[in-house]
Design a protein around this ligand. Structure first.
Ligand code: MG
Length: 359
């Protein structure tokens, strides 16, 4: 079997077409680390990581860190062990993920290419289509810009959208919800995301207000701080009008506690494929569905397509898709996992060059 024999790293700065953000943050650019892992039979797997706003270390420093932290255990190893290995975080080992997201993604790409299968099939999926919603990340956009983004999503075939709320003035939230319904119509679902803006009581008051004003909310995402398990359990039992979606900001243990605490209606997963599969499986054991937040290059479509109970995949139409020869396609409100071997994201080298910023 082929072994990992070489690598290449690119450091990219990708300016966003317009600012993205929420009630807590605003970003105008992405810093991406692209990793190609090659095997001795000539195959290549691609992985990526993103940092929002804060620049990543210069390329030379990134390579130095990779050589220290990852390369000794990767060189000469089989991609299967890298992708599928289960690790035991204990003591000083806790918090130090054995492989970065970029390494894991590249290894899965290599493994699926070796099997000559699209990744979602290697993960056990049959149907490449996943229901998706448009996510405008709109908090810092003017009403007109926001309307424009919604119109773009509607023209792409989306019916369901997620709106950033959590403004100090509840009337602001109501106005934005009104614009969403005005542009999107009433056929799709309307989700909202407060990004931890509220206390539990404030969350209850806001959800009650939206309901009284006639807005049916499919889910409320991260209304309160991520680890307020008692607060989430209270919201889940007290709010009759909307599902509680949370877990985006928590690792595996936090997601487990949400489930144990009866604190979540839809568990938000994304990131590392292996851990997300375990979290989804655990959620299923509690009878709880999952959703996928934004994943870099929309790679999460493979994981989502392999899960039996993924309600929705988030799509924000971000500039990173420019660096894919053929990005993941979205049509009629569905994401469609590429039917090419691997995860199907090959690098557009001209675009990589365009965004490249080694120093
Ligand atoms: Mg969110």
């Amino acid at each position: 079997m082929s072994k990992i024999s070489d690598y290449q790293i690119h450091r990219l700065r990708i300016p966003l077409r317009m600012p993205i953000g929420d009630s807590q943050v605003i970003f105008t650019e992405h810093w991406m680390t692209l990793l190609e892992l090659r095997t001795d039979d000539g195959a290549a797997g691609v992985g990526f990581e993103i940092q929002q706003g804060l620049p990543t270390p210069a390329l030379a420093q990134t390579i130095e860190r990779f050589e220290y932290a990852h390369w000794p255990s990767l060189q000469g190893s089989d991609p299967a062990g890298v992708a599928l290995g289960i690790h035991r975080p204990r003591g000083g080992n806790v918090g130090a993920a054995p492989h970065s997201l970029a390494v894991e993604t590249a290894a899965w790409d290599l493994l699926a290419k070796r099997a000559d299968l699209p990744l979602y099939q290697l993960l056990g999926g049959g149907d490449p289509r996943v229901r998706a919603y448009g996510s405008t990340l709109d908090f810092h956009l003017s009403d007109d810009e926001y309307r424009g983004r919604l119109t773009e999503f509607r023209e792409m075939g989306f019916q369901s959208v997620k709106v950033k709320i959590g403004h100090p003035d509840p009337a602001w939230d109501l106005r934005r919800l009104g614009i969403a319904r005005e542009v999107m119509g009433n056929d799709g679902d309307l989700m909202v995301d407060a990004n931890e803006a509220w206390s539990p009581k404030e969350a209850m008051l806001r959800l009650d207000l939206y309901a009284r004003e006639g807005f049916e909310i499919f889910w409320i995402e991260d209304p309160i701080t991520r680890d307020d398990y008692a607060g989430y359990a209270a919201l889940r039992s007290e709010i009759p009008t909307a599902r509680i979606n949370t877990g985006e900001y928590l690792g595996f243990s936090g997601k487990r506690r949400l489930l144990e605490s009866d604190a979540v209606d839809v568990l938000n997963i994304h990131g590392h494929i292996n851990q997300s599969r375990f979290a989804a499986h655990l959620a299923g054991d509690y009878g709880i569905p999952v959703s996928l937040g934004n994943t870099i290059m929309e790679i999460g479509v493979h994981l989502a397509a392999s899960l039996p109970e993924c309600l929705y995949l988030e799509f924000s139409d971000l500039a990173w898709n420019e660096i894919a020869v053929e990005p993941v396609r979205f049509r009629d409100g569905f994401a469609i996992a590429p039917d090419r071997p691997g995860h199907g994201i090959e690098l557009n080298l001209a675009a990589v060059e365009k965004f490249s910023q080694p120093a």
